[in-house]
Design a protein around this ligand. Sequence first.
Ligand SMILES: [Ca+2]
Length: 172
Amino acid sequence: MARTKRMSRRVWRAEMRKIILRLTRALLGFSLGVVGVLLVYFLYLQSLIGVDPATVAFNDALKDGLAKAGHRPAYFVLSSVRPRWWNAILVSWSGAASNSQHLDGRALDIIVLDVNQDGASDARDVWIVYALLDKAIIGRRGGVGTYVNEAGFFNRQMIHFDSRGFNARWHR
Ligand SMILES: [Ca+2]
């Protein structure tokens, strides 16, 4: 009698172990799926998919302008088309505008690296890109902003530009 009890307990434990293992595997698979979807989604937010053609043209002109001036197009897109819920989070996090040009796909935020190839990614590079966008490329057709006075490398190296259809400039 005692032996059968011990046996059934052992069987029960083995069954539990199997169930826990299966649950752990399912949970792991689900988490990886969620991470994958988020990854693809945030890569999409940094792509030029769905960006206004006028803004894409500004971006192309910037690459050309930098090359013609003997510089490198050393920058990457941090933010392009932004869904409403993500913009709402950024409004409270980082002071993004609630009526942001990103909502309509008219804006790009770029992080400027060592454009002039002097070995450092700093304000000099930001001003080279700003000058091109300000005078040669966008003019009165849109907005250009820098964040050179803010804390943190990524803020300071960021330039926003958009095709809002009228002139706007700022330096934070
Ligand atoms: Ca530099």
